[in-house]
Design a protein around this ligand. Structure first.
Ligand code: DX5
Ligand code: ZN
Length: 311
């Protein structure tokens, strides 16, 4: 897994479906962070791919997180099957011809199953349309091609929607991600990073003859982080995703109390022993939060900014 901020989800649409086992081993070896599975029903988009049984089969083949991207007309009808199939996140389109009420219910089901619910926006839909749903979303997926087919050209004018999506999430300190999907490659990763993307979905660029998959994935992550550093980070390197930071060291009771207060803010907290038991005496506990939420946590809980050890 990369050390930086951006993460790559591989779309297998352009892979050899005759040998999914080999494809997945290859993607794992190349260091992809997640898999992005495109489900199409021939109604919502003019193309057909696969359904929940294939998702379940892929689940059995890998431990990588599975992002299921439903390009189907009736997400409410099939969501239970995709939950059972072992998805980690389920994202469907806001353009799906179902009522707002039904969409909210579908997102709620995904949340109840403790998976990440998401909505995708096609190029002609403004990000603003997501407003009524934002509280129920962990994922916003920005389409940079018309949904339906792999291998299309990245629509550059859609990139600012990534920042708009992040802004919509912003009041929430943790637990959301903006994905970008369609035509992402070494040529377009940087602009996605400039607008603050979290997850880059990469399909056909990974499956080109003569190209090294590992290098392609590393390049996409690197260039996205490069763009982030220049436009958002004011020259500072991004805070690595998936890293935890110590925000306090306290006696056990107090540490547990603090962790509960942190979690009330919507931030996950870990409590661990600061060292081994010495002559039966319990050591103090360290309290940790995701690095990306450190500043917020320290500010919100008035913990101060004393430098602590990184993990
Ligand atoms: C398009 C799909 C994408 C696509 C990605 O409808 O949602 O996931 O397959 O493939 P590339 O990277 O080739 O655009
Ligand atoms: Zn997709």
């Amino acid at each position: 897994m990369g050390r930086g901020r951006a993460r790559v989800a591989a779309s297998i649409l352009d892979a050899d479906f005759g040998n999914l086992y080999r494809v997945i081993r290859q993607l794992e070896k190349a260091g992809v962070d997640r898999l992005h599975l495109d489900v199409m029903d021939g109604h919502f988009v003019p193309n057909l791919t696969f359904g929940p049984d294939i998702v379940a089969a892929i689940r059995r083949l890998t431990k990588l997180p599975l992002d299921v991207h439903l390009m189907i007309a009736e997400p409410s009808r099939y969501v239970d099957r995709f939950i059972k199939a072992g998805s980690d996140s389920i994202t469907f389109h806001i353009e799906a011809p179902e009522s707002e009420e039904l969409k909210l219910e579908t997102l709620g089901k995904v949340r109840e199953a403790r998976l990440d619910p998401g909505l995708a926006v096609s190029p002609s839909t403004p990000v603003e349309a997501l407003k009524p749903y934002i509280k129920l979303l962990d994922v916003i997926l920005i389409m940079t091609v018309e949904p339906g087919f792999g291998g299309q050209k990245f629509m550059k004018e859609m990139a600012p929607k990534i920042a708009e999506a992040a802004k919509l999430f912003k009041p929430r300190p943790h637990g959301w991600e903006v994905h970008v999907d369609g035509g992402v490659s070494r040529e377009t990763a940087e602009i996605c990073g400039e607008f603050g993307v979290d997850i880059l979905v990469v399909g056909s660029a990974l499956f080109q003859r003569g190209r090294d998959m590992t290098r392609e994935i590393n390049l996409v992550r690197l260039l996205a982080d490069e763009g982030w550093r220049r436009e958002i980070g004011h020259g500072e390197p991004p805070i690595p995703r998936d890293e935890w930071r110590v925000v306090a060291q306290l006696p056990r009771e107090e540490a547990e109390q603090l962790s509960r207060r942190i979690e009330q803010e919507g931030i996950p907290a870990l409590v661990m022993r600061s060292g081994p038991l010495v002559q039966g005496v319990e050591p103090e506990r360290i309290v940790m939060v995701p690095a990306t939420a450190e500043v917020y946590t320290r500010t919100a809980l008035k913990l101060g900014f004393a430098p602590e050890d990184d993990l």
